[in-house]
Design a protein around this ligand. Structure first.
Ligand code: SAM
Length: 214
């Protein structure tokens, strides 16, 4: 039996109790070893349902948030998905486990490098890049889904532009204290937006995000 398998199973059970219903997402989260994505000092807390610090004053998101956002994105296997905010690489690994073709951008070079090495070592074929994700990654557009894991003041126009018709953008929008998760579906003639309250993310910093003095 793998390390922390019981703890991971317990975490998955608690996500189910908290209302996560998508079995594919839960299975993917059962397969990805979150303890490999956290700092050594937090390995024993990797299966608590809580965000944990990673380098550069950033966080690996709370497992519930990862599950909830993935469920909202509802990707199909082989969908092309752009993630903004690679952080530890954990969310990218979950999307890769779901069979998505994953493209992920991280603003901090050091985090990008760590995540890229880890994802490679674990055998995930994820395209990673360091840079400002608020302007997207136009070379590979359009995307079936875009997932932003940091909080933006507004929907960055480039991310909407790079979304396929029928594609979904999941993004926390709000001020620096609390945000709403927006699920924006791109239609032939506009967008349909659903909002869910009560989330807290680190800021999305960039040209079409918060300014870099934060
Ligand atoms: N998805 C990550 C994981 O699974 O560990 C969680 C990431 S953390 C909550 C948000 C990340 O967004 C941080 O690593 C931060 O540096 C990054 N970020 C903030 N603004 C960004 C931008 N404009 N472009 C790319 N990454 C950005």
């Amino acid at each position: 039996m793998g390390r922390f398998e019981d703890e991971r199973r317990e975490l998955i059970g608690s996500l189910r109790d908290k209302g996560i219903t998508d079995e594919k997402t839960l299975d993917a989260m059962m397969r990805v070893e979150r303890h490999l994505f956290v700092m050594d000092a937090f390995v024993n807390r990797a299966y608590e349902d809580t965000a944990l610090p990673i380098s550069k004053s950033q966080t690996i998101s709370q497992p519930y948030t990862v599950a909830f956002m993935t469920q909202l994105l509802a990707p199909k296997a082989s969908d092309k998905v752009l993630e903004i905010g690679t952080g530890s690489g954990y969310q990218a690994a979950i999307l890769a486990e779901l069979g998505c073709r994953v493209f992920t951008i991280e603003r901090h070079y050091e985090l990008h490098l760590q995540a890229r090495n880890l994802l490679e070592r674990l055998g995930y074929r994820v395209a990673t890049r360091s840079g400002d994700g608020t302007v997207g990654w136009s070379e590979f557009a359009p995307y079936d889904g875009v997932l932003v894991t940091a909080a933006a003041p507004d929907v960055p126009p480039a991310l909407l532009q790079q979304l396929a018709i029928g594609g979904r953008l999941v993004i926390p929008i709000g001020d620096l204290d609390t945000q709403q998760l927006h699920v924006v579906t791109k239609l032939e003639d506009g967008v349909a937006t659903k909002m869910i309250n009560g989330f807290k993310f680190v800021p999305l910093i960039g040209k079409q995000g918060w300014n870099s003095k934060l």
